[in-house]
Design a protein around this ligand. Structure first.
Ligand code: AMP
Ligand code: MG
Length: 418
C-alpha cells in the first residue's frame, strides 16, 4: 500500500519544498490503518467507521408495494382506448395486506406502502379515477407497472448494503434499521494525544504576564478532533524545556497519533528534534503553502507524529489539509475528497506568486442567487478572527499573482470538511 512518490520541485519555489498534494500523499501513504474493532448498537455507531461490509439479510422493499393512494389493477384490464369500468373487490392497507386473489375486471383499493396483490402489477392514483359505489372508471392514460415500488429495488437480499470504511451518518443508521440489523462492527476509536509547545503560552484561567499569550491552538485542535470523533488525550501546554518535552512525547506515544503545535520552525525545534531522534524519527517539511509553511512528520515510538506550525490560522489550515486525511486513513475511512468548486471572486484578491494560498473567504449569494466569494479581511496567519468570519478557504494556485475581481477561483467550504 505504501507507494512513494518522487519529490519534485514546485514551480516558483526553492528546491526541497513539497507541494500540498505531495505532502498529503506522502503523509497518507506512510500511515497504517489501525487494528481493532468493536460491536456496537446501531445508534452508537453514529460517526464511527464500519469495519466490515454489511450484507443485507432481506430485500428492501421486502415486497412490491404502492407508491400512491389509489387502486391496484391487473395491467391486462387497462383500456387501450376509451374507458374501462372495474369493480373494487377488496383493500390493501399498509400493514394489512389484501388476502385472496384479484380476478379479471377487479381492482383493490390500496394505500401508500401497502402490498400490491400478486395478480396486480399497476397502481392508479385515486385522483385519476371516477368512483361510483363499488366501481371505478379509468381512462387510457396509464402505463403497466406505474406507481409500484418493486421488491429489492433499493437493496437486494444477500447484496452489499454498506461497505467497510463507510462513515455512519443518519442515513446509514436508518438504512441499517431498515434491514433489521441491530448491531454493527466499527473500527475502534483512534486515540489522539495533543499538546501545545511554547514558553509564552498560558491556559485560559491563568493570568497573563507581559510577553505571554493564551494557548488557543489546543482549543481549535480539540474542536477539530472532536468533530472527527476520536478519543482525545489533551496533554496541555509543554514549555520549551528538554526533559518536559521528552516526557510529554513518551506519554503521548501511547496514543495512535500525536499532534503538536508550535516549535517546528527552524531554530525552534531543537528539543523536539532531539527527542524524536531518540524516540522515533522526524522529518521537517517545507510546504509550498500559505499559511503553514513548516510541518514536521514522523514517529514517536509506534505513534504517528504530526507537528503543526504555531500560528493559529496555520494550525487550522495544515490540520485540514494534512492531519485530517492522515487521521482518516488511520481510522480506516474510505477516501473522501473534500468538496472544492469554482466561484467568481467579488473583489481583487492579493497574492504573490510562489506558494499555494489557502485564503480565508466568505461564500455568499448575490441578488440573483449566484454564489460568489470574498476575502474575510486580513490574511496574516495569526488572525484567528478572520478564520471565524470565514466560511471557506479560497485556494489559489502557487504560480498565480493577484486575482482580478470576477475571476473564477477554487473554494473549499469549511462546513463538511469534517
Ligand atoms: P512557533 O512555531 O512556536 O514559533 O510559533 C509561531 C507563532 O505561533 C508564535 O507567534 C507563537 O506565539 C504562536 N503560537 C504558538 N503556539 C501557540 C498556541 N498554542 N496558541 C496560540 N499561539 C501560538
Ligand atoms: Mg514556539
Amino acid at each position: 500500500m505504501s507507494k512513494s512518490i518522487p519529490v519534485t520541485i514546485d514551480c516558483n519555489t526553492d528546491s526541497g519544498w513539497l507541494s500540498v498534494a505531495q505532502a498529503r500523499v506522502r503523509m497518507c501513504d506512510s500511515v497504517k490503518i489501525i487494528d481493532g474493532f468493536e460491536r456496537v448498537a446501531i445508534r452508537a455507531s453514529l460517526n464511527r467507521i464500519l469495519a466490515e461490509d454489511v450484507i443485507s439479510p432481506i430485500n428492501v422493499p421486502p415486497y412490491d408495494n404502492s407508491a400512491m393512494d389509489g387502486y391496484a389493477v391487473r395491467s391486462a384490464d387497462l383500456p387501450k382506448t376509451g374507458e374501462a369500468t372495474l369493480k373494487v373487490s377488496g383493500q390493501s392497507f399498509a400493514g394489512t395486506p389484501f388476502e385472496g386473489s384479484v380476478k379479471a375486471g377487479e381492482v383493490i383499493r390500496i394505500m401508500t406502502g401497502a402490498k400490491v396483490p400478486a395478480e396486480t402489477d399497476t397502481v392508479i392514483m385515486q385522483e385519476q379515477v371516477k368512483r361510483e359505489g363499488d366501481n371505478i372508471t379509468i381512462t387510457a392514460i396509464h402505463q403497466q407497472g406505474q406507481n409500484v415500488r418493486y421488491i429489492g429495488e433499493d437493496i437486494q437480499q444477500g447484496g452489499p448494503a454498506l461497505s467497510s470504511g463507510k462513515k455512519v451518518g443518519p442515513a446509514e443508521i436508518g438504512l441499517l434499521a431498515s434491514l433489521g440489523i441491530p448491531e454493527v462492527t466499527v473500527k475502534r476509536k483512534l486515540r489522539v494525544a495533543f499538546f501545545s509547545t511554547g514558553d509564552e503560552l498560558r491556559t485560559v484561567g491563568e493570568p497573563l504576564e507581559d510577553g505571554q499569550i493564551y494557548d488557543s491552538n489546543r482549543y481549535t485542535i480539540f474542536g477539530m478532533l472532536s468533530k472527527l470523533d476520536v478519543e482525545l488525550i489533551d496533554m496541555g501546554v509543554i514549555p520549551d524545556d528538554r526533559s518536559q518535552i521528552e516526557n510529554a512525547f513518551t506519554t503521548a506515544s501511547l496514543a495512535d497519533a500525536v499532534i503538536t503545535s508550535g516549535g517546528v520552525s527552524v531554530g525552534e525545534a531543537d528539543y523536539v528534534k532531539e527527542t524524536l531522534d531518540k524516540l522515533g524519527e522526524i522529518n521537517f517539511w517545507k510546504i509550498s503553502m500559505k499559511p503553514g509553511k513548516p510541518l514536521a512528520f514522523g514517529k514517536v515510538n509506534d505513534a504517528v507524529f504530526i507537528g503543526l506550525p504555531g500560528n493559529p490560522v496555520s494550525v487550522m489550515a495544515t490540520f485540514y489539509q494534512f492531519a485530517l486525511p492522515a487521521l482518516r486513513r488511520m481510522m480506516g475511512q474510505q477516501d473522501i475528497e473534500p468538496m472544492v468548486f469554482k466561484v467568481p471572486c467579488k473583489s481583487m484578491l492579493k497574492k504573490r506568486p510562489g506558494r499555494t494560498d489557502f485564503q480565508r473567504g466568505i461564500l455568499s449569494r448575490n441578488e440573483n442567487g449566484e454564489l460568489l466569494v470574498d476575502g474575510s479581511g486580513m490574511q496574516a496567519s495569526h488572525i484567528l478572527s478572520g478564520m471565524s468570519r470565514a466560511n471557506c478557504f479560497i485556494i489559489l494556485p502557487a504560480e498565480s499573482g493577484n486575482i482580478e475581481a470576477g475571476t473564477l477561483v477554487d473554494v473549499q467550504p469549511f462546513e463538511g470538511l469534517i
